[in-house]
Design a protein around this ligand. Structure first.
Ligand SMILES: [Ca+2]
Ligand SMILES: [Ca+2]
Length: 423
């Protein structure tokens, strides 16, 4: 095709007869091109109209594919958030969309949803390989592939960089933890349903052990995660966890460990010190019941300055399932609190009043000012424009910085300071 285009281009300025010939040929070529384009388009993209509103499209990505939901309200001019949804074992993007109903929320709240598919060629039972070291680090394996898909979406659509979130079920929940750890510069909040902490296992045997007994000490895993994030994290990581009290596939200890692991990450992120300024002791605990459904407990954790940062929902009697999901999907429990609405509300800071589950609106929204943290050497901060020369010299002299240190910015003021001046 490209060769043909070049030939036609080169034939410009020929004799009238030849021009006529090529005009005819050009016309046929255009028709052929159109046909080819249509064929190509339909083989790559299979777009279906979702519930008579937005579009739900299958897109080939190398040897893989993803599905993307674009709400009918998307106009290309207004930036919209992006929610990455990672399915569980044996599931696929279609099933996960049906079970979580995230597309319905995206339609009313105007955000895009990306559903990466884990093919059977990568894992026989379509589990994300969260338990293998090859898929636990930045720049390699599945986290890198998913980050690549996110990049493609960001190049194609008008996405608000500050509102890109990852959520998942089971193996997908474990992978959303890994995404938050490996790409904190892209992922601005995580939601985990029936998942596991960072590096809960590093091989298949360990995976089954972790699922039944929990992984290593979450405080240790939090420090590991923090080290992995170093240089890429720009702010604290809002985290919301759901787990069934009767989950015997991935035992509930794992939900507790996820929360504790992220508490340690955020403790280290907030002032560079392991001083439990952020910790896994809840600031508030509430018992609630879904009307006609399950009872559950909500544990809320603050950032040390009174702002909501993390939440954990433990659902009484629920098994291995997406809480509040549609019974038309797989691995759902329709009688639990609506995890999709609550996760979206928490991460985006936009609570949705559905008359059933109240949510205060979480920390992930752009309107919710909070301390931003950047790591690096004084020189790096200077080069990145966070400090001017005099600021660099003053801070270096005052604290004797020669290596990594934490630099803070209060959102809205654009003034970067050392940890100490922040009250
Ligand atoms: Ca701390
Ligand atoms: Ca700590």
């Amino acid at each position: 095709m490209l060769t043909l285009v070049r030939i036609i281009t080169n034939e410009q300025g020929q004799s009238p007869e030849r021009s006529e010939f090529f005009a005819m040929r050009n016309k046929n070529f255009k028709r052929l091109s159109l046909l080819l384009a249509v064929m190509l388009f339909s083989s790559i993209f299979r777009t279906t109209t979702y519930a008579g509103q937005g579009t739900f499209t299958k897109v080939t990505y190398g040897s893989r594919y993803y599905k993307i939901y674009v709400p009918s309200t998307y106009d290309g001019e207004t930036e919209v958030p992006l929610m990455v949804m990672l399915h569980g074992g044996s599931q696929d993007p279609d099933q996960f969309a049906v079970g979580t109903r995230m597309n319905e929320i995206a339609e009313t709240e105007n955000f895009i949803v990306l559903y990466p598919d884990q093919p059977a060629t990568a894992n026989q039972n379509k589990f994300w390989n969260w338990f293998e070291p090859a898929h636990q680090h930045r720049g390699s394996g599945e986290p890198a592939i998913i980050a690549g898909m996110i990049g493609e979406i960001k190049n194609t659509y008008n996405i608000n960089d500050n509102m890109v979130y990852a959520a998942g079920l089971s193996a997908g929940g474990a992978m959303s933890v890994i995404l938050g750890v490996t790409y904190p510069d892209i992922i601005k909040g995580v939601g985990i349903v029936s998942g596991l902490e960072y590096k809960a296992a590093t091989n298949m045997t360990g995976a089954f052990m972790a699922m039944s007994m929990g992984g290593p000490d979450p405080n240790t895993q939090g420090t590991l995660a923090f080290n992995e994030m170093s240089g890429y994290a720009t702010k604290l990581m809002p985290t919301i966890v759901f787990h069934g009290n009767s989950d015997y596939v991935v035992q509930k200890i794992n939900g507790n460990q996820i929360l504790s692991q992220w508490a340690q990450v955020n403790d280290l992120l907030d002032d560079g010190r392991d001083n439990n300024s952020i910790n896994d002791t809840p600031n508030t605990t509430e018992s609630k019941t879904v009307t006609g459904g399950r009872s559950y407990t909500v544990y809320s954790y603050e950032d040390g300055k009174g702002n909501l940062l993390m939440q954990k929902y433990l659902v009484d009697g629920m098994g291995h399932a997406w809480s509040g999901g549609s019974s038309l999907g797989s691995y759902t429990d329709s009688t639990g609190p609506d995890a999709s609405r609550i996760i979206w509300g928490f991460l985006s800071g936009n609570s949705i009043d559905d008359g059933e589950t109240e949510n205060p609106g979480g920390p992930g929204g752009p309107e919710n000012p909070e301390v931003e943290v950047a790591y690096g050497t004084a020189t790096e901060h200077y080069v990145a424009g966070r400090l001017d020369t005099s600021g660099y010299l003053q801070m270096g002299a005052k604290y004797g910085y020669i290596a990594r240190f934490n630099l803070y910015r209060l959102v809205g003021t654009n003034v970067w300071t050392d940890v100490n001046p922040i009250g």
